[in-house]
Every structure is written in C-alpha cells, then in structure tokens.
Write a protein that binds this ligand. Structure first.
Ligand code: SF4
Length: 221
C-alpha cells in the first residue's frame, strides 16, 4: 500500500514571501502540529484532515498546472511520509519549498527542496523546542524566518542570528506578528541596528489573497 498523509487542504494561491513572492503556487497543507504558537493563524489544521495517498496528492497538484508547490502545515514534518512526498514532487519536476518550524529535524529532506525554517522567538511561547543545530545545515537558497512579537523578540532574534552559523547568502526575514506589532516598528529599529535581514510584506499572517473564499481560498501553513 502506498504511503498516506493527512491533508487539511490543497489550494492554488500566490506565494507570500521569499524570492518567489507573488508567484502562483500550489499549497499542500498537512494536518497536525506539535507546537501551539500564540499567534498561530492555522489552528484549524491542528486536527481533522483527510487521508490522501501520495499519488493522489501529486495528481491534484498537477491539476493546477504551475511548477511551484509549497508543502506547509500545521507542521508538515510531523508526519513521516512528508519526506516521501517531497521527493515525489521533486521527481515530478516541480519546484518545491517546505515551510517548517525550527523544532523539527531536517535530516532526510530531499536536497532539491527549498527549506523555509521558522525559528521560534520567545513571544511565540514555543522557543524551547527550537533545534539550533538545524540552521547551520541550510544552504544559500534556503530561508530562515523569525516572527517578531515586540521589541524583546527583535533583540532576541538579532542576538540569535549572530549565534547561528548560517551559510552566506541564506535569506533571513524578520516578520512582524500580525495585530501585535506594527510593521513600521522593526522598520524603524532596523536602520540603527542594521541586522542583515529583510522584512516581508505582508507581515506574518495569511496574506489577504489567500483568505478569499473562506479558509484560504479553498488554502498556508
Ligand atoms: S508551528 Fe506553525 S502551525 Fe504550528 S502552532 Fe506554530 S504557527 Fe501554528
């Protein structure tokens, strides 16, 4: 029997961040997450979902006729068969990204996948599960994100960034937590401190274009 994954939704939308921002992308949202970040905007993916075998997922992704696919959650790596899915999508010639929290081991992730790793700051309430050894294994094509809930998170993230042995060229984003921190605040702090980071637009939240039509337009993490 082929491997299966519990899926919350598969939808077509625009990528919201990184160098593929604005590019039509298929999002595959896996069900379940071991964390409970206080700002989580996808709590509906914690439970429920439907079992899909991997070939059915690939068929559904291909129906959207776009080469970009983002595997997200919940926490996609919480389900073992996610590694098989990532390899299958890559083998199909798709450009695959994976959105995962900094709490998960990245061993076994297909090297063709762009990894987007969300390092949890203290304001998330989930800092302790962070695996700080993981970012050192990232490549210049990968991305590290810190969701910032206030000035203390900004300072913590700046300090943590100095400690992490990130490869040269790896993109770093400081993403203001939606409705907790005005985007202009870190933008004001940045010119003085100048950490080598970007500020995504929109800030950490499900982009409005993904929310149309109820639960993410019929989608992200
Ligand atoms: S890791 Fe992501 S899905 Fe899980 S609780 Fe945190 S924000 Fe929500």
């Amino acid at each position: 029997m082929s491997s299966r994954l519990k899926i919350t939704e598969i939808f077509h939308s625009l990528q919201g961040e990184a160098d593929t921002a604005g590019i039509p992308t298929v999002f595959v949202r896996l069900t379940g997450c071991p964390l409970r970040c206080q700002y989580c905007d996808t709590a509906y993916a914690f439970h429920g979902g439907e079992w899909w075998d991997l070939e059915r997922i690939l068929r559904r992704v291909r129906e959207f006729s776009t080469p970009y696919v983002c595997v997200t959650g919940g926490e996609p790596l919480a389900q073992k068969a996610c590694l098989e899915l990532l390899a299958l999508l890559c083998d199909a010639g798709l450009r695959v990204s994976l959105e995962t929290s900094g709490a998960m081991a990245l061993a076994g992730v297909d090297p063709r996948v762009v990894r987007v790793v969300d390092v949890k700051s203290p304001g998330s309430g989930e800092r302790h599960p962070n695996r700080y050894q993981e970012p050192a294994g990232l490549r210049p094509t990968d991305l590290v994100k810190f969701v910032i809930c206030g000035r203390a998170d900004y300072e913590w993230s700046r300090s943590k960034l100095r400690e992490l042995a990130l490869p040269a060229g790896c993109t770093v984003l400081f993403s203001p937590s939606h409705e907790q921190l005005p985007a202009r605040d870190p933008a004001d702090w940045n010119p003085r401190d100048r950490p080598p980071v970007g500020f995504p637009n929109p800030p950490h939240q499900v982009p409005p274009w993904q929310r149309a039509g109820g639960r993410r337009g019929g989608p992200r993490r």
